[in-house]
Design a protein around this ligand. Sequence first.
Ligand code: SF4
Length: 327
Amino acid sequence: MNEKLLTIRDLTVKYTVEKVVSYAVNGISLSLNKGEILALVGETGAGKTTTALSLMGLLPRYTAKLNGEIIFKGKNIMGIGEDEYRKIRGREISMIFQDPMTSLNPVFRVGEQISDVLRIHNKDMNPREIQEACDKLLDQVGIPPSRKDEYPHQFSGGMKQRIMIAIAIACKPDLLIADEPTTALDVTIQAQVVKLMRTLQKELGSSVIMITHDLGLVANFCDNVAVMYAGEIVEYGSLEEIFDKSRAHHPYTNGLFGSLPNIMEKADRLTPIFGLTPHPSELPEGCKFHPRCPECTEVCKKGDVPVWVNGGHRIQCHLVFGRMGDE
Ligand code: SF4
């Protein structure tokens, strides 16, 4: 479990479209061990999906500019050519996208779509072996293999997401990225899909990056949590560290938890986070959370923000650094 699979160092991604520069990811660093499940948590526009697409080599090459390092299995894959990326994508790193309704190709049978991935990445498999592997994958995700000749529209939303999972795990990837995999599903189907993902992750031993804003899903599924805001990781820690209310937290993390109903506590109202995430082309100076932060002081409005570190727990905040810095 302590063997490193992925290290991201000081990753920045900016997009330039019609001379407007958007700073989507602003110097994030993290690492992932083999078999570890990491949650990337934050609101829409926090840079979670851009981070994932950077790992997949799927950002538009002409508008997105990346800097930093992405060390995957000991090799820096930042900026490698498309041919090299094709060998990694699907085979070593694969992704389950948010919306199964639009991620499957409507004009191909689901069995063909699974078999294609197997065929591309396993040149030595013969057609019979590919069919057997396809049947096994469908079986693993709880879909009768007899339905492999049907088209995506013949399946429910939950079943389509299971097919997407079958495609993503077809080559037993070392790293599986799941981008809001349950958002488009209703609650009971969400629970089934999460249970399936947990079972498969244990069977395959893959590492997982789970992108979500669902803290319930994080609590049930993940080992470590990175809280992202405006393209930065503002807090990072183990599940226990992030969910333990008695510990210090970033005001944004407190805001995320304050926005959730808690059946264990009596409260008349929830306390949502005031305001909106800034647009990546108009990020504020200083702490990027300062226009929304109830604890903001003058020092927060300019310059770099210090990071308080306690073992693996990190919080980027003047207030926490000032209060806890000497502990
Ligand atoms: Fe709030 Fe200041 Fe901490 Fe930013 S640095 S989160 S504005 S207290």
